[in-house]
Design a protein around this ligand. Structure first.
Ligand code: HMG
Ligand code: MG
Length: 296
């Protein structure tokens, strides 16, 4: 049976903007965050503490953290010790670490093999948990890799298991290049929700092949109630060729509400926030759908 409530984790200010070639001003990012918060979003990735040489758009992470209004759970991404240190100094209490199941992708994204990443992360995650920080583990290329093709679901499960053994609070399991089909979404998320009943399980879909909503529907049936999405469908990983935007938050919220699943988000106000981004990015908002939802 389907849940009565679901949680949206808004990733627009981070995943949405990290691939944007035109540098968005810190002021506008803060307005974007504020607009999203006004719509009722309670969990959000605000920014990432990564190398500005690798991802120039996120170079203002410290300023974002200093000025963003605090509402609900505010995540920042951090790939390594330096990023985690900076995140903690900025006041972050919820940190997302990230690693790819596939070595080739992880090399391109973090310049380490998956095993090297995990070795480096183990003591860092232990310390974060000791300090009472909420740890979210983002699992990239959980279904397909842009370089290696299909990923063995057992490899994804094994990586998830390692994080669960370290005591992370949440697994965000990602279809990085938007290639999974709904039957694959159902099968993997069924295994994950059954294997890790005490960990928050989140599904992170990119909409490259327009299957993200169908994948979310399938994941709901597998027991998932948390979904990453990006307002306006912005986004993509700069190190995953062909990756386009995340599933659009407004599309997910509309679908869930129509199905009688509450998110606590005001769709009208969410659409206002989306409308304002359009003027600040180089490509039109992917879905163009928000105008359909507004004032309806
Ligand atoms: P590296 O070049 O191997 O790192 O990059 P390094 O340790 O040799 O350092 C190189 C330089 O970067 C040094 O500066 C460091 O100080 C600096 P220099 O001495 O040359 O002036 N540096 C940093 N600066 C700021 N913050 C840091 C940091 N670390 C080192 N944290 C590194 C390794 C991990 C840094 C690099 O590969 C990197 O930043 N990668 C981030 C890639 C990224 O942000 N990808 C997108 C996010 S993941 C994603 O989108 C997927 C997800 O959405 C789920 C899905 O859809 O799959 C989550
Ligand atoms: Mg992503």
């Amino acid at each position: 049976s389907l849940p009565k409530n679901a949680t949206i984790i808004e990733v627009g200010p981070r995943d949405g903007l990290q691939n944007e070639g035109r540098i968005v001003t810190t002021d506008f990012k803060l307005q974007f965050i504020e607009g999203l918060q006004k719509s009722g979003i309670q969990e959000m990735e605000l920014t990432s503490f990564v190398s500005p040489k690798w991802v120039p758009q996120m170079a203002d992470a410290k300023d974002i953290m200093a000025s963003a209004e605090k509402q609900g759970r505010q995540f920042v991404l951090a790939p390594n010790e330096k990023g985690i240190q900076a995140a903690l100094e900025s006041g972050a209490r919820a940190i997302a670490v990230f690693v790819g199941v596939s070595n080739s992708f992880n090399k391109k994204n973090i310049n380490k093999t998956t095993a090297e990443s995990m070795k480096a992360l183990e003591p860092l995650v232990a310390k974060l948990k000791e300090d009472g920080i909420f740890v979210r583990a983002c699992i990239s290329t959980a279904f397909y890799c842009p370089f290696e093709g299909a990923v063995d679901p057992e490899a994804t499960l094994a990586l998830c298991r390692q994080f669960v053994e370290w005591g992370v609070d949440e697994l965000s399991v990602a279809d990085t290049i938007g290639m999974a089909a709904p039957n694959e979404s159902y099968a993997l998320f069924k295994k994950i929700t059954e294997a890790f009943p005490d960990t928050l399980i989140t599904a992170h879909f990119h909409d490259t092949r327009k299957m993200a909503l169908a994948n979310i529907y399938a994941a709901l049936h597998a027991g998932v109630t948390r979904f990453d999405s990006s307002a306006g469908g912005l986004g993509g990983c700069p190190f995953a060729p062909g990756a386009t935007g995340n599933v659009a938050t407004e599309d997910v919220v509309n679908m869930l509400h129509r199905m009688g699943i509450d998110t606590g988000i005001d769709l009208d106000q969410l659409c206002d926030a989306v409308q304002k981004i359009e003027h600040h990015i180089s490509t039109p908002v992917q879905t163009g759908m928000y105008s359909l939802y507004k004032n309806r």
